[in-house]
Design a protein around this ligand. Structure first.
Ligand code: ADP
Ligand code: MG
Length: 229
């Protein structure tokens, strides 16, 4: 479902060229919960951003549902980013002036749907993740775990092909982090494809497959439990 073919990413840091990713090839099937591990600077976020169409590879190709992310117009790429992928981040990235329900509905509001249509959809997702009572709260009135759940709801409202999570528990205490991981696990059990970056091996173990990056290259690829692919 998601395919990376010989993907490299080079950044320029002054006169120096840094390889953030080196010739990574990877297939991720529908319904997988993939954890990406590796030391800081090993290329984890770069890989996630390339899959999400937030960035373009220097070489190689990325496909989502057999559709290439290269050689397409900016507006086509924007649509893929808005509808096919849902992103969650370490620092939640909620808009501070919007309520929880407005934050959740934002991807559809930006897409031009009226709030009257978006509201019941956002309410349904907030209810599903146990935050119905917080719908009218702004981010500053929510705990870290609640903010991350709002961010997850926002990522899911477009029913994306894949949920991309970059260190989703990195800014939470271990108990709250575990709650978020259990929520991701239950979404996976309901069929959601997930790719999660983490440097915490306990968090990674919630996935069904763990890959490890080392200096931008794929160094390990291990299936957890279940039948080996
Ligand atoms: N926008 C950028 N400009 C220059 N170098 C970058 C940029 N983004 C990432 N890098 C470099 O690419 C490498 C991989 O970064 P990153 O993917 O963020 O690693 P990780 O998420 O595993 O910590 C690092 O050496 C980092 O400094
Ligand atoms: Mg990172």
């Amino acid at each position: 479902m998601i395919e990376l073919k010989n993907v490299s990413k080079q950044y320029r840091q002054g006169a120096r060229a840094v390889y953030a990713l080196k010739d990574v090839s990877l297939s991720i099937q529908k319904g997988e919960f993939l954890s990406i591990m590796g030391a800081s600077g090993s290329g984890k976020s770069t890989l996630l951003n390339l899959v999400g169409g937030l960035d373009q590879p220097s070489a190689g190709e990325v496909f989502i549902n057999a559709k290439p992310l290269h050689g397409i117009s900016d507006s086509e790429l924007t649509l893929i980013r808005r509808r096919q992928v849902g992103f969650i981040f370490q620092f939640f990235n909620l808009l501070p002036l919007l309520t929880a329900i407005e934050n959740v509905g934002l991807p559809l509001l930006v897409d031009g749907l009226p709030f009257t249509r978006v509201k019941p959809m956002a309410e349904a997702i907030l209810h599903k993740i146990g935050l119905a009572a917080r719908a009218e709260h702004r981010p500053e009135q929510l705990s870290g775990g609640e903010m991350q759940r709002v961010a997850i709801a926002r990522a899911l409202i477009t029913n994306p092909a894949v949920l991309l999570a970059d260190e989703p528990t990195g800014n939470l205490d271990s108990h709250t982090g575990e709650e978020i991981l259990l929520l991701l696990k239950s979404l996976h059990e309901q069929g959601q494809t997930i790719i999660m970056v983490t440097h915490d091996s306990k968090a990674a173990a919630y996935g069904t497959r763990i890959i490890t990056l080392k200096d931008g290259a794929l160094s390990q690829d291990v299936a957890i439990g279940g039948p080996l692919a």
